[in-house]
Design a protein around this ligand. Sequence first.
Ligand SMILES: NC(=O)c1ccc[n+]([C@@H]2O[C@H](COP(=O)([O-])OP(=O)(O)OC[C@H]3O[C@@H](n4cnc5c(N)ncnc54)[C@H](OP(=O)(O)O)[C@@H]3O)[C@@H](O)[C@H]2O)c1
Length: 295
Amino acid sequence: MKVLLTGATGLLGGALLDLLISEGHEPRCLVREGSQNAHRLDAHPIEISRGDAGNAGDLGRALAGADALLHVAGIEYAPSVVEAARKAGVSRVVVVGSTSAHSAYEFRSGPKKRMEGVVEASGLDWTIARPAMIYGSERDKNVHRLLRFLDRSPVFPIFGPGTNLWQPVYHEDCARGVYEALVRPTAVGHSYDLPGDEPLAYKDLVKTAAQALGKRTRLVRLPLEPIRRALLLAETLRLPLPIKSEQVLRLREDKAYTYDEAQKDLGYAPRPFREGIELEVARLREVGLIKPKTA
Ligand SMILES: NC(=O)c1ccc[n+]([C@@H]2O[C@H](COP(=O)([O-])OP(=O)(O)OC[C@H]3O[C@@H](n4cnc5c(N)ncnc54)[C@H](OP(=O)(O)O)[C@@H]3O)[C@@H](O)[C@H]2O)c1
């Protein structure tokens, strides 16, 4: 299948690119002018189309001759994705969203849900894949920084009790889920949550990461509520702030999800965090971002 892939220079898109090639498809990648990570595609036998996912004209040109569009670069570009796919006559479209569409906080879920609505109303053969937090290599935004911090520090600060739930998914497992959503006809017209295998409390996530590094890290609890109250007061006084009080509240929100639908329709079977994090530790050691293992 000829697949136009957006987001191939990123964490999930990179794993999807490898999967598409290994499964015998012909990916073409839409890459922004000025992408700092375009070099990541150098070793791949693929066609590159320059353009922005927010520009339906760029997407339309890149879609010429494609059988499907796998849009990983951000669900906020749904309007141009839908417009371009319709104009190009490419009906099969898989769009990657986020489990933050389930958040009780409107500032997180609202924009995602609105964009999902654009895809659902498109009249295309759509599927929406919603990853939970993705980890697995130096390309991830959260866990690789956590590992680097734990690698250097014997203590780790935790805001609040650290009992809120997370369900991070290893990038290759998430990519497998998205890929199966693309190739299985049963996935048309469905949305799938793609979290890790089971939820774990934030403090356990940190402990598991420290164990994977071979570290005995001491967790130091910091109270969350005074920070939130101070932010709330500063907001009332209209002081400019780097973070909103509702973002602090979101830190307390459980991010736990079921994946029965994905398991049933896509054969989705993500690995446990303790396995994925060991792979990430090995990867970060390989590229020299954390210290080598001591005997
Ligand atoms: N990472 C997570 O924890 C997480 C969790 C839930 C959902 N998601 C969703 O999963 C998707 C992939 O996440 P990721 O972590 O792999 O992201 P990432 O590593 O930040 O990569 C983003 C990719 O999208 C490309 N991109 C962004 N804006 C673009 C534009 N206007 N035109 C063309 N390309 C553009 C980037 O290209 P450049 O090389 O030009 O930057 C890059 O290839 C995203 O839709 C994200 O919202 C991620």
